[in-house]
Design a protein around this ligand. Sequence first.
Ligand SMILES: [Zn+2]
Length: 47
Amino acid sequence: MSTVHFTCPDCAQTIEVNDEMRETILDAGCPVCTATAAEEDFAVACE
Ligand SMILES: [Zn+2]
């Protein structure tokens, strides 16, 4: 089971995301501040 965390490059908010949320963030930006997000802002942690 792997978990993906998004860390916003702008507001530094870290959010645990699923695949659907990841796509949404890449499309619409950070859910907190709407800053543009890139692939490198996502980190995968295997548990
Ligand atoms: Zn943000």
